[in-house]
Design a protein around this ligand. Structure first.
Ligand code: GDP
Length: 419
C-alpha cells in the first residue's frame, strides 16, 4: 500500500488571476488523456461549462479535486481560486495539499497577488515548483521573471529548463520549445497537436553555451543539496540524472529551492515536462510530516498520525458542496483507511457520521467518476453520508479519536459567502 502512497501527488495550482491557471489545468487534463479536446477559456468552453448535462459535475471537478495519472504518478489536482478575494479559499486548499505549481506570466511576471499567494504557501510550508507561462506572448521574458523571484518573493529559483525562443510566431526567434537542463535535450513541441507530440533532439550548437551556463547554475544547487553529487563532481565525474533529480527533490521538499520550468499552456508547450516535474520534485504524502492534533477527550494530550494505512483513520473536511443526492464532503485522509458503509466520528460536533459512499473524480478514466469501496492515507476523496461536520472539522476513527487543528480563515464570513 505504501508504494501507492508514494505515487500520489496532492497538488494545487496557484497564480495571479489571468496568469493561466485554468489553461494549465485544462492542458494537464487533456495531455493526461482526460479530454479529447481542449477547452478554451476565451470561448467559454472549459470543462466547467462545455456540456450542460455535466454542468453540475463540471463544477464539482473544478471546485474540489480531480484525479489523473501521469507516467507513474496519481495526481490529485485541487482547485485553488485565483482571485485575491478568495485568499481564504486558497488558504483552505493549502492546508490539505502537499505541493503547488505556481504559475507566473512571462510577460507580467511576479505581480502583487503572486506575492500574496507565495507568502500563504510559505505560511503553510507548501513546497512548490514554478511554471513561467505565456512564453509565446509578445514581450515574454523568462530571465526577467526568473530574476524577480528571489528579491520579490524570497525564494531560491533553480531553472531545470530554459526556453528556446521567446514571443509569438511572427517575431524573429519565436518560442518553440524548451531545453531540458537535466538531460541536456531540446524538446520541440508540435503546436498542431496542441502539445501532444514532443520531438526530443540534440541542442542546436548556437544554444549550447547558454544551456551549459544555466546547467552549471542548476548543478551548483545540486552540489549544495547532495554530498554524492559533490563527491562525483570533485572527481570530475558526470552526475547521473537520478542523483540530480533526487537532490532537487530534496531541496524542493525542504523548501530551500523551487525548480523553475516554462512554456505556453495555450499551445500545450512545456506542460508535459511540467507534469513530469510534479512527479519528480513535489512530495508524496509520505514525504510530509505526521499531522498533529489532540485527544478530544483530554484536550491537553497531543497526538500525531503518520501517513500510514495501518494507523487509525483521520481526515480533514476541506470543502462541502451541496448536492441533491447528499452533500459532497471533500476530505483529505491523513492516516488509516476509510471504508464505504462505515461509521466515523466527528470530534468537533461530538457526533458519529455515516460513510455511505466514497467517490473520486477521475479525469483519465472514461466514465470520469469513480465510486470506490475504500481509500487510504494520503488520498483525497468525496464522502457522501455525513450530516453534522462543517468545513474544517476532523473525521476520525470512532475509538482511536483525534481532533486535528481546524482550518482557520482570515475571514470566515467571506469564505462562507463564497460557498
Ligand atoms: P487564470 O485566470 O489564471 O485561470 O487564467 P486563464 O487560464 O483564464 O488565462 C487568462 C488568459 O490568458 C486567457 O485569455 C488565456 O487564453 C490566456 N492564456 C493562458 N495561457 C496562455 C499562454 O500560454 N499563452 C497565451 N498567449 N495566452 C495564454
Amino acid at each position: 500500500m505504501s508504494s501507492d502512497i508514494q505515487k500520489i501527488r496532492n497538488i494545487g495550482i496557484i497564480a495571479h488571476i489571468d496568469a493561466g491557471k485554468t489553461t494549465v489545468t485544462e492542458r494537464m487534463l487533456f495531455l493526461s488523456g482526460a479530454k479529447h479536446r481542449v477547452g478554451r477559456v476565451d470561448h467559454g468552453t472549459t470543462d466547467t461549462d462545455d456540456d450542460p448535462e455535466e454542468q453540475e459535475r463540471g463544477i464539482t471537478i473544478f471546485s474540489a479535486c480531480v484525479k489523473f495519472d501521469w507516467k507513474d504518478n496519481h495526481i490529485n489536482l485541487l482547485d485553488t481560486p485565483g482571485h485575491v478575494d478568495f485568499t481564504a479559499e486558497v488558504e483552505r486548499c493549502l492546508r490539505v495539499l502537499d505541493g503547488a505549481v505556481v504559475v507566473f506570466s512571462a510577460r507580467e511576471g511576479v505581480e502583487a497577488q503572486s506575492e500574496t499567494v507565495w507568502r500563504q504557501a510559505d505560511r503553510y510550508n507548501v513546497p512548490r515548483i514554478v511554471f513561467i507561462n505565456k512564453m509565446d506572448r509578445e514581450g515574454a521574458d523568462f530571465e526577467s521573471v526568473f530574476n524577480d523571484i528571489q528579491p520579490r518573493l524570497g525564494g531560491r529559483p533553480v531553472a531545470v529548463e530554459i526556453p528556446v525562443g521567446q514571443g509569438p510566431a511572427h517575431v524573429n526567434n519565436p518560442f518553440r520549445g524548451v531545453i531540458d537542463l537535466i538531460d541536456l535535450k531540446f524538446l520541440e513541441f508540435d503546436p498542431e497537436t496542441e502539445g501532444k507530440q514532443v520531438k526530443e533532439t540534440d541542442i542546436p550548437d548556437e544554444l549550447m553555451d547558454d544551456a551549459l551556463l544555466w546547467r552549471e547554475q542548476m548543478l551548483e544547487a545540486v552540489y549544495e543539496l547532495s554530498e554524492d553529487a559533490m563527491a562525483l563532481a570533485m572527481e570530475g565525474e558526470e552526475v547521473p540524472r537520478q542523483v540530480i533529480i533526487q537532490a532537487l527533490r530534496k531541496g524542493c521538499i525542504e523548501q530551500t529551492i523551487q525548480p523553475v520550468l516554462c512554456g505556453s499552456a495555450l499551445h500545450g508547450i512545456g506542460v508535459q515536462p511540467l507534469m513530469t516535474a510534479v512527479g519528480h520534485f513535489l512530495p508524496s504524502p509520505l514525504d510530509r510530516p505526521a499531522v498533529e492534533g489532540f485527544d478530544p477527550k483530554k484536550e491537553d494530550k497531543t497526538l500525531a498520525r503518520n501517513p500510514d494505512p495501518k494507523e487509525p483513520f483521520s481526515a480533514l473536511v476541506f470543502k462541502i458542496l451541496p448536492a441533491k443526492t447528499g452533500d459532497n464532503y471533500w476530505i483529505r485522509i491523513y492516516s488509516g483507511v476509510l471504508k464505504q458503509n462505515s461509521r466515523v466520528y466527528c470530534p468537533n460536533r461530538d457526533k458519529k457520521e455515516n460513510v455511505a459512499q466514497l467517490w473520486q473524480i477521475h479525469a483519465s478514466k472514461k466514465d470520469r467518476d469513480g465510486q470506490t469501496e475504500s481509500l487510504a492515507a494520503g488520498d483525497i476523496c468525496c464522502v457522501i453520508g455525513p450530516r453534522f461536520a462543517i468545513t474544517g472539522d476532523t473525521l476520525c476513527d470512532t475509538k482511536e479519536m483525534i481532533e486535528l487543528p481546524s482550518i482557520k480563515f482570515a475571514d470566515t464570513v467571506l469564505s462562507m459567502a463564497i460557498e
